[in-house]
Design a protein around this ligand. Structure first.
Ligand code: ADP
Ligand code: ADP
Length: 222
């Protein structure tokens, strides 16, 4: 089944910035795809279009069978963890459920399940200021997954972290993907990260949005 289909997507910002495209890309359900390319080639723009945060100037995007993503259907992780400083780790992860008025037992149980999966069970009552950069990013990952979305989008999530923390988080993200079975689109400018993590690397060139090549990779070692 197709999870995401982009057909001839283009984005031109005001003042004529030709940011992206045309790009055509199909991503299957459960696939882990990296978008790799230099700064400014339109990776974030493409991700925001997939998320429904921005409209393409031209072209069509289909998420599953819908032409617009549903609210719980997509989780988004930004480079900045953007946690609420006045709320505990647990309340930060719970926030998307509050916003969608989802207080079902299954969803509330997912909060603590995800905190355990990202290794933060003991930090549920802690506040963001008490956490390291890596731990904040883990909270951000848990929050993005709390609505049980079909699709997880990550925009250079680990770029600000030191190499060891980054490597740990890569491993943890892979474990989450294997256990939870999400469609993942991961934006990075790290060749290492893209090859380590994903089943397919889509390379965008500095010429805005143009796909220069696609590489399929054997499934990562278990
Ligand atoms: P990448 O994520 O690959 O670094 P972006 O998608 O952030 O690339 O940006 C692609 C191009 O679009 C850049 O030239 C950038 O300056 C421009 N751009 C991105 N967002 C906006 C915006 N909101 N308004 C105007 N120009 C933008
Ligand atoms: P990471 O960022 O990958 O979680 P760190 O090197 O920052 O790794 O932290 C290693 C471990 O030290 C963490 O898993 C956590 O258990 C503990 N730790 C880090 N920062 C704090 C803190 N501010 N308070 C309590 N424990 C911490």
């Amino acid at each position: 089944m197709t999870a995401i289909r982009c057909s001839e997507i283009r984005k031109v910002y005001p003042r004529g910035v030709d940011a992206l495209g045309p790009v055509s890309l199909t991503i299957d359900e459960g696939e882990f795809v990296s978008l790799l390319g230099p700064s400014g080639c339109g990776k974030s723009t493409l991700l925001r279009i997939i998320a429904g945060l921005e409209r393409p100037s031209a072209g069509e995007i289909v998420i599953g069978t819908r032409t617009r993503p549903s609210s719980g259907g997509i989780g988004f992780v930004f480079q900045e963890p953007t946690l609420m400083p006045w709320a505990s780790v647990r309340d930060n992860v719970r926030l998307p459920l509050r916003l969608t008025h989802d207080m079902s037992a299954a969803s509330l149980a997912r909060v603590d399940d995800l905190l355990a999966r990202v290794g933060l069970a003991e930090f549920a009552e802690a506040y963001p200021r008490e956490l390291s950069g890596g731990m904040k990013m883990r909270v951000s990952l848990a929050r993005a997954l709390v609505t049980d979305p079909d699709i997880l989008l990550l925009d250079e999530p680990f770029a600000a972290l030191d190499e060891i923390t980054r490597f740990r988080l890569n491993n943890d993200l892979l474990a989450l993907w294997r256990d939870l079975g999400k469609t993942v689109v991961f934006v990075t400018h790290s060749v290492f990260e893209s090859v380590f993590l994903s089943q397919r690397v889509v390379v965008l060139t500095a010429r805005p949005g143009q796909i220069s090549s696609e590489h399929r990779i054997d499934a990562p070692e278990p």
